[in-house]
Design a protein around this ligand. Sequence first.
Ligand code: GLC
Length: 598
Amino acid sequence: MKKNLITCVLLLFFIQSGFAQQNTNKRAEWFTDARFGMFIHWGVYSGAEGFWKGEKLRNNNDYAEWILYRNRIDRNEYVTLLDRFQWDDIDPEEWVILAKNSGMKYITITAKHHDGFGLWDSQVSDYDLGDYTNPKRDIIAEMAESCKKHGIKLCLYYSHWVDWEHPLGWDHTREIYKISESNYDRYWQQKVIPQISELLTNYGEISMLWFDMWIHHSESIVTKEQLLQLKSLIRELQPNCLINSRLGLSIEEDPDIDYKTLGDNQLGDKKEEFPWQSPATVAHSWGFHISDNQWKSTTTLLKSLIGNVSLNGNFMLNIGPRANGDVPFEISQRMLEMGKWLELNGESIYGAQAFDLNKDLHDWGKITCKEDGNSFKLFLHVYNWPLSKHLNLTGITANPDRIYLLADKQESTLSFSHSGAFTEITLPKNQPDPYVSVLVVEYKAKPEISDELVAKTSDGGYSLLPGNQNPQPKSMEITPSAKYGTVPAFVAANGVSDFSWKIYVDKPGTKRVDVSYSFQGYLNNSQIVLEVAEQSLYHSVHPTGQTVGEPNQDWHIDNFESNKMGTIDFPEPGFYTIKLSIQPTERDPIKFQWLWLK
Ligand code: GLC
């Protein structure tokens, strides 16, 4: 009987955790599909524009929304910044329309940032817009209405950990002037819990709560119990509301966290199977800052979005409106340009995913993909229109059905040839899109890949590096590029060291082989041996000397030199394995950089 009971409890536990996992994925489906959202940093600080009493924000990391803390402003005086707000001109619907026209599917607005000031009419605090505007303004209510009207998901940023207003909230000076856990819990119970209840009760559907504790809870004053209390309150009030990992719980620790938020302006660098997101700015600051002007170009921003989607990620791009509601032109212009691009090319972004090939395989851009009814589509985002007007696609063994430009409504097909694991596409002479042109490669079903290959570059060669061997030898130590990139990455061969790569050669013919290395020893009998297609090439290693990395800086570095090894005849199209052996005869290492075949 007892045994049965235990089995039942265990079963229930597994079923429940199974559901939790499934629900998590279900809940986040819209987010995964949406891919692109707007972040809005707007609050009292927007009136300061990065300056307080003529003094610029006291920190080189000019985050304008930090001015209260950075410039040690009294919180009661801080709110005098609201005198600068031009309420008649402020219309949140304009932000929502901008998001819509920019192709964004959700908006996350700072309901309460670290300054502790709420943008709604909160009944549990008197530090909010309801108490400081006449007639009362409730920006969250206005946003909720506009988002509903325009079909955009409303998400709220809420600073739970840091609060510079509440006498018992976390302010970084608490590192010096401590606060007890029990006092901090009073802040938590008095402000965080009831405010989250208000936000999830009074404004209709909230699609996501975006928390901002960028460290793990164990390093902070916040306890895991407090976070779990908050999480279960959210699950109870709005079970579909997403929660990001900056709650302070990682998705590894708690699979019920819906997605991972990377660092500020941190783009993805590897494919993940769970949902994730990069929060990003067009310049640097989140809140409006009068001297912030390192504007990223539209192309850069589009590439950030595409790059993230190609690794299963999301991209949330920020606006910091001014105290009259205006969005800086440099931001809105770029966003609208992205929107125009998405109008033509959105199919490669919304609901699209990472493809299975290595993310850095091709030198021309990034790939996303989509299963689409009866076909499978690859979207090739071409960042650099090849001079040859031919696009080399390596690694796919299936023959495509057809290829066309995504922006071409007629879907006029482009000619191509395919053999083995290589497709060569003939491109129109002129790059059709000034930012990024997208080709659709259609297959009957998800194509098989050959993912151990090194791709043919846009200029028709093969760049064989220690780092793109596949599989990567476990014991091989690659010394990363150093001295600001003036010294390239290499492998120091102290004894015989073997390397190997696989390539697909699509046309028979002769290719020249060059090997690049640095050797600082004396002339001896060390050699480098290459074997491929039943042919061998030998190179006698010679000292390569030094070079100047940077003029007038006493910056002398080992010279890496490319040497012709000879030529190899590839008798027929096919897969070839290239083996390279570095054979030093003395203690001085041969630093192998790369092999070039063309
Ligand atoms: C950081 C900053 C904050 C900004 C946020 C956006 O956590 O503290 O000011 O809101 O990043 O990602």
